[in-house]
Design a protein around this ligand. Sequence first.
Ligand code: MG
Length: 387
Amino acid sequence: MATVRSIEALAVSLPRATPYLGPLAEGERVNARGYVVRKGNRTIYPTADRSVIVKATASDGTVGWGETYGIVAPLATLAILRDVLAPVVEGRDPRDAMAIWQDLYDLMRVRGGASGFYGDALAGVDIALCDLAARIEGVPLAQWLGGARRERIPAYVSGLPKATLSERVAFAREWAAKGFDAFKYAAVVSHEGVVEEMQALRAALPRASLMVDLHWKYTAAEALALAHELAPYEPAFVEAPVAPEDIAGLAEVAAGSPVPVAAGEEWHNVYEAGWRLPLAKLAYVQPEIAHTGATQFLAIARHARQCGARIAPHATIGVGIFMAASLHASAALDDCAWHEYQHSVFDGNLAHVDTAMRCEAGFYTLPRGPGLGAVPRESLWAYRMDL
Ligand code: MG
């Protein structure tokens, strides 16, 4: 049986015309390293699409690809991959991906390695090993992960990156005309007001599923008051209402909200899910495969289903290898309500991925295998960053 001969990792930075979440508002500025913090938000974002790509090569020459979260300080994740993880994984059987994730987690769990950059590095290795194992067996990743239950996955349009509310409503209508019926906007760039934006979108799109990302910015009391104001417009969910560490607050909002509550994009593993899910009765859990890898994505989703939540996977900023992994993992779930569609990231960056994966008319099409059914194109390496 083929074993892992090498694990290599590269960081890339792809320029983009408009910053993620839309044009800069008055008072927002890009710093010398290319990062921006939005007014009303406390999270830093890049103005380029940054990501970390992992290449796993087997002793028989088969290559598997992974991609992990690298939007801020991707070189930190790169250092962990090269310095710590690669030498430990080399020589292992890629079919042991789930056990390898646990072994790597154990190496650094007592040193803050249960999450953060280390968790992201684990995710990249996990995706690459799963792709490699599936390619060696000659099957699509979804099948290797347990079985493909669907070939199309419903998508919601994420972000309406325009400067004014009327432009954002018009933008949503453009996507509706292309066959999409679910839309999410971001409270942190809802300059005319979160409730006003929901009201305007509902008036324009009477039958659409509408969601709002609250970006962890409220107290539980504030989030509940806001949920009551939004309820008449029947949102499909409100996302990330309170700070990630405020588990009691999340539980309070989930219990008292008149509209469904979604959370979970920042979790890296089933432990982080397990601290929250029994307390917070969420309607939707949103695993991000570039934090979790494929095996923990499935572990979180199964735990969430046991707790009564539906699954609505998150999509970060990246090249698209992680998206292929997320679609395969989503296809292997017994439930997938929608998968997030970051149109401003996904469509442009597909130029650097050799794949049949697409998102059109409200649905993603699952790339056919073997493995991910997606590999980076040579053009990507022109954008590499290095230590
Ligand atoms: Mg979000």
